[in-house]
Write a protein that binds this ligand. Structure first.
Ligand SMILES: NC(=O)c1ccc[n+]([C@@H]2O[C@H](COP(=O)([O-])OP(=O)(O)OC[C@H]3O[C@@H](n4cnc5c(N)ncnc54)[C@H](OP(=O)(O)O)[C@@H]3O)[C@@H](O)[C@H]2O)c1
Length: 293
């Protein structure tokens, strides 16, 4: 056993679906003694074979570790599970990685605090296969002391990111980042359809598109600063120039018999930005339009 394993804090995982099982395996790989519970007990067996300690009741799982991770289908189910813990919940840190809304997270935080425990909310942003690897993004928010104490343990899951004390923030980022990803992926599929009309394979296009993403990541940072300052210099083209490019994309898509909904949506945003007086500003001025629907 290594020094880090000697120091490893125990953790309990309640809920061993696809994500919960991956969490438990990552804690085990990080050297944390891991207790597992699941409503259908069969699901504890593979984890037990991997070194976890299976228990057959929620109170036994909660009593086994200072950090209790719950990962079930909904917040309602999570609360149902935690309610079964009774008095064992007091003094524990509860981390809920089930998906929900910011308001549900804030309600859950109050409910957990009433039972003498600290609450952390979390969002797993990278599916299940990457869990335990450095590239797996995990977002956390809630009780600040609890997060400081358990961040070393939570780092076994991947890139653990502290968003601050508002328990609703992890869910809000979760939704926001998914929205961003869906926008990007929808754009990718439109683009791949476009080049496929000249016989280009989607995988070949993906190679070129992927190489373009670091540039876009840089733009995201520039735009973030522009939005916060309320100034939108047109260093990468004015709203009017971007609108003209969108019109070309729509015309080309029509010529090639492709769907035009996506570029039409973006053109609409740019036109509204122009109408609001931002025709000579940069693309980031669409932020003004999005905040005043
Ligand atoms: N899978 C992902 O890639 C991923 C990524 C990010 C977030 N999430 C979120 O993580 C949560 C779990 O996802 P998953 O993919 O692990 O789901 P899953 O594979 O469908 O597993 C669901 C888990 O919830 C348990 N459960 C459901 N209702 C319950 C109840 N009333 N009482 C006790 N246990 C209950 C199930 O227990 P039984 O085994 O007894 O049915 C099972 O352990 C969801 O909120 C999901 O949105 C998942």
């Amino acid at each position: 056993m290594t020094d880090s394993q000697d120091d490893a804090q125990p953790v309990s995982v309640l809920g061993l679906g696809m994500l919960g099982a991956a969490l438990a395996r990552a804690f085990l790989a990080g050297g944390h003694p891991t207790t597992v519970w699941n409503r259908s007990p069969d699901r504890t067996r593979p984890l037990a074979e991997a070194g976890a300690t299976p228990v057959d009741s929620v109170p036994a799982a909660v009593a086994a570790a200072p950090l209790v991770v719950v990962c079930v289908s909904t917040y309602e189910a999570a609360q149902e599970v935690l309610a079964a813990a009774g008095d064992t919940l007091s003094g524990r840190v509860v981390l809920n990685l089930s998906s929900g809304t910011p308001e549900l997270a804030r309600q859950m935080s109050r409910w957990v605090a009433e039972r003498g425990a600290s609450y952390l909310d979390g969002a797993a942003m990278s599916g299940t296969a990457a869990v335990g690897r450095p590239e797996a993004l995990f977002l956390f928010s809630g009780a600040p002391d609890a997060l400081t104490t358990h961040l070393p343990t939570l780092s076994s899951l991947g890139r653990a990111t502290d968003l601050g004390s508002d328990p609703g923030l992890a869910s809000l980022y979760d939704t926001a980042l998914f929205g961003m990803a869906w926008g990007l992926l929808a754009g990718f599929h439109h683009a791949a359809a476009l080049v496929s009309t000249s016989g280009v394979k989607a995988a070949d296009f993906a190679g070129v598109a992927g190489g373009h993403l670091p540039f876009l990541a840089g733009l995201v940072e520039v735009h973030g600063r522009q939005v916060d300052s309320g100034r939108y210099p047109a260093d990468d083209g004015t709203v009017a120039v971007h609108a003209a490019a969108m019109e070309h994309l729509i015309a080309t898509s029509k010529d090639l018999d492709l769907d035009t909904d996506l570029p039409t949506l973006v053109l609409g945003l740019l036109e509204r930005a122009a109408t609001a007086g931002h025709a000579t500003d940069g693309f980031a001025s669409v932020a003004e339009v999005l905040r005043q629907p």
